[in-house]
Design a protein. Structure first.
Lengths: 290, 455
């Protein structure tokens, strides 16, 4: 009886501590989400008419939505694995404590603190039609490209994303690498394991939780690349960098809450399913290890 | 397990109940009875017109309590930005003023109508058919979308061609009083060559969007979400614009300072017609016409015709009622007062043309008689003015009678080009500059506009 009371009190205390976060979650996430869900079935400003599934039909049939969704997922597919590989390689290099490692650790974090607008300005100076890159190419006899208003814009955006977010991933991966006990490597060395074997048998398996976290963060950050895409190409950029956020933003400008909500909900469902399966895979991997 | 099932069932019932609670198509096709309330927001730039209508409204509907929010005096750009935010945030959330007044505040007014932001005023206007008989039907129809009158244009502009008979005679040009856009572009062809000493008009501010608008081509079908740019008519307009564009690019018009519209160029035989952008009609037009008369010349007027020989107006100030406004009838009554341009309105000079046909014709006569003092421009040149001849005013009336259609949107959102105008510029620039072939550019444009419409 006494134990029950104590449990209850502990639960209440826990709830009291967690309540600000829970209230915040309900007010800023759950409630707006439910409103958005409600909007998806209505038409007209203020949500006054019941529209059934027509909004879903409209959005799914919309060429702009399909282009935006395709580009966004293409962007994730290209940029996330790339940033994972690059940042892991750099983290490994920095962990070796080579000359200037500390300096580079700081330098890689610079893009995170530089305002996006300034970064974009630099990218525009470099990749503009009359920019540095084209001038350099012209100097060596190669004709330049319109990097920001052609298919190449996608590549520029991927580069910008990697440059901006690589530092953060390096910090996270370095923390993961440092958490691996040194004894494991020493024992492996004694057993005659080479660098490749140590990487494949010790580092990679033990880094799975960190990889998973960095992977999710990278996906979230890739969705945040809208600011960069918007500053590079405006509200209607070249088709190759027309992202889901452009679709949301432009529908917001035209007061079309319904389409905006449907698109957001569809994206939520896709991401939720993706992350759900990712978690399942991670759990299975952990169970297999045990 | 049982409780989980219970919660799921309750949630499902809750959702179904909330959905069925929706009023299907509430307020559409019916006239809602008047209420005792009206909420207004008076934007800074609309103040004179609004205050005048407000006074009339309070006299005619003393039982209606009007809640007014006045935008404080501030610089035009800041005021505009603030008003845009109010329209976007409040109207979108189903709140804000009952009545919405706008010129170029919405990014794309057709998309806003499609989003269901405005109330269908068709039944209200049908009830008042006699009142609207006084108004230009083609211009009012500009506010119809999917057979519903969501917007009532209050004023409009026209691509008016103002000149003096003496100037046209000296250039050997005969003013077309009828004909199509093709006839017009053909007639001005000698004046759109890069080496011609006298050009058709000042082409510096004219965009491809404007030219397409003058032609009346319906190349963007918002209702069916289709694009019609791959047509012969479209190419004809682009080619006609290319001549004006190339002329301006290769041989820029030399102007000394800012004069009254295009009078400077007219006076110096640099152009056939005065600046298309210098005036929109009404007051500005009469100012120039009186100056031409003051120069002992005969003012003449026409307008750029559409492809089918009519005239396309461009709605300027527009009014709409918020879709879920509880005071629709009162807001509609207020729009009627705003649209009135009788002799009592003459104290507020309009540079655009009122939709009320008789007022549009009367106002130019009133303005002409009011502009009597010599005008001094920024170069210090004084222009004597004289009352324009009655023949000119009659000619102006004939031009107004030729209007056959009206478009919404100005091609500009504040000081930046609208998305459509920007796409036209960006995609067709390589063709206009002779860098790419027409087909490549048109395919690019078609893709972009299709994407934009499907957004």
């Amino acid at each position: 009886m006494k134990r029950m009371k104590l449990r209850k009190r502990e639960a209440l205390t826990g709830l009291a501590f967690a309540s600000p976060a829970i209230i915040g979650l309900i007010v800023f996430f759950v409630y707006p989400f439910l409103i958005s869900l409600w909007y998806t079935f209505t038409s007209g400003v203020g949500g006054i008419h019941f529209a059934g599934f027509s909004n879903y039909e409209n959005v799914i049939n919309s060429a702009a939505f399909r282009l935006a969704a395709g580009n966004t997922f293409k962007f994730i597919l290209c940029s996330v694995p790339l940033i994972m590989v690059i940042s892991f390689a750099l983290a490994m290099a920095l962990q070796r404590k080579c000359a200037g490692a500390l300096f580079f650790r700081t330098v890689f974090l610079f893009p995170l603190v530089i305002p996006v607008a300034s970064v974009i300005l630099v990218f525009q100076i470099v990749f503009d039609n009359l920019g540095i890159l084209n001038s350099m190419l012209n100097a060596i006899g190669v004709s330049g490209q319109d990097w920001l208003h052609s298919e190449h814009a996608f590549g520029v955006l991927v580069l910008l994303y990697i440059w901006k977010n690589c530092g953060y991933n390096i910090v996270l991966l370095l923390a993961g690498l440092n958490a691996i006990p040194k004894e494991l490597y020493e024992a492996a060395k004694v057993d005659g394991a080479g660098r490749k074997a140590m990487l494949l048998r010790i580092t990679l398996p033990l880094m799975v939780p960190t990889f998973f976290f960095v992977f999710v963060i990278s996906i979230i950050n890739s969705f945040k690349s809208f600011r960069e895409a918007f500053l590079l190409g405006g509200s209607h950029p070249h088709e190759s960098i027309y992202m889901l956020q452009h679709f949301f933003n432009n529908n917001f400008q035209n007061l079309n809450y319904q389409r905006l909500s449907v698109a957001a909900l569809l994206v939520f469902v896709i991401i939720f399913t993706f992350v759900f399966f990712l978690y399942l895979a991670k759990r299975r991997l952990e169970v297999d290890k045990k | 397990m049982k409780s989980k099932k219970c919660i799921s069932l309750i949630l499902l019932i809750g959702i179904l109940l909330s959905l069925t609670a929706c009023d299907t198509e509430a307020g559409d096709g019916t006239v809602e009875p008047p209420t005792s309330q009206l909420s207004l927001y008076i934007p800074y730039s609309y103040t004179p017109k609004y205050e005048e209508a407000l006074e009339l409204f309070e006299q005619r509907y003393p039982d209606v309590e009007v809640t007014i929010t006045r935008q404080k005096d501030q610089n035009y750009e800041t005021a505009r930005e603030e008003y845009v935010q109010i329209l976007k945030n409040e109207v979108m959330a189903g709140k804000g003023p009952d009545l919405i007044l706008f010129t170029d505040e919405f990014e794309d007014v057709y998309k806003t109508m499609d989003a269901g932001a405005f109330c269908d005023l068709t039944p209200y206007m049908e009830q008042d058919a006699d009142f609207w008989k006084e108004y230009s039907r083609p211009v009012l129809d500009g506010g119809v979308f999917k057979e519903k009158q969501y917007i009532i244009p209050l004023t409009y502009t026209l691509p008016l061609l103002l000149s003096s008979q003496e100037n046209l005679d000296s250039q050997g040009y005969t003013l077309l009083e009828s004909g199509t856009f093709s006839d017009f572009t053909k007639s001005i062809e000698p004046f759109t060559q890069t080496d011609s000493s006298c050009r058709a008009f000042d082409g510096r501010n004219i965009t491809l969007w404007d030219y397409l608008n003058y032609s009346g081509l319906d190349y963007m079908d918002y209702e069916n979400k289709t694009i019609h740019v791959d047509t012969d008519a479209f190419r004809q307009v682009v080619d006609a614009y290319k001549r004006v564009y190339q002329q301006e690019k290769q041989n820029p018009l030399q102007m000394s300072g800012i004069s009254y519209g295009g009078l400077y160029t007219l006076k110096n035989n640099q152009t056939l017609f005065s600046d298309l952008y210098a005036y929109h009609g009404s007051f500005g037009l009469m100012l120039e016409a009186n100056i031409i008369t003051g120069m002992e010349k005969t003012p003449v007027i026409s307008a750029i015709p559409t492809m089918d020989g009519g005239l396309q107006a461009k709605a300027y100030s527009c009014a709409a009622v918020r879709a879920n406004s509880p005071n629709k009838q009162n807001a509609y009554n207020f729009i009627k007062l705003l649209s009135l341009r009788d002799s009592s309105s003459q104290n507020v000079p309009t540079f655009d043309i009122p939709v009320q046909t008789s007022a549009a014709k009367d106002l130019v006569r009133i303005y002409s008689s009011k502009i009597r003092n010599p005008i001094e421009d920024s170069d210090g040149i004084t222009y004597p003015v004289r009352l324009s001849p009655g023949e000119f005013i009659k000619q102006y009336g004939t031009v107004l009678d030729r209007i056959t259609s009206c478009s919404l949107g100005t091609g500009w959102i504040g000081s930046k080009l609208s998305v459509t105008a920007q796409y036209l510029n960006d995609c067709m620039a390589p063709y206009l500059n002779g860098e790419k072939d027409y087909e490549t550019c048109i395919r690019d444009l078609e893709t972009k506009l299709t994407m934009y419409l499907s957004e």
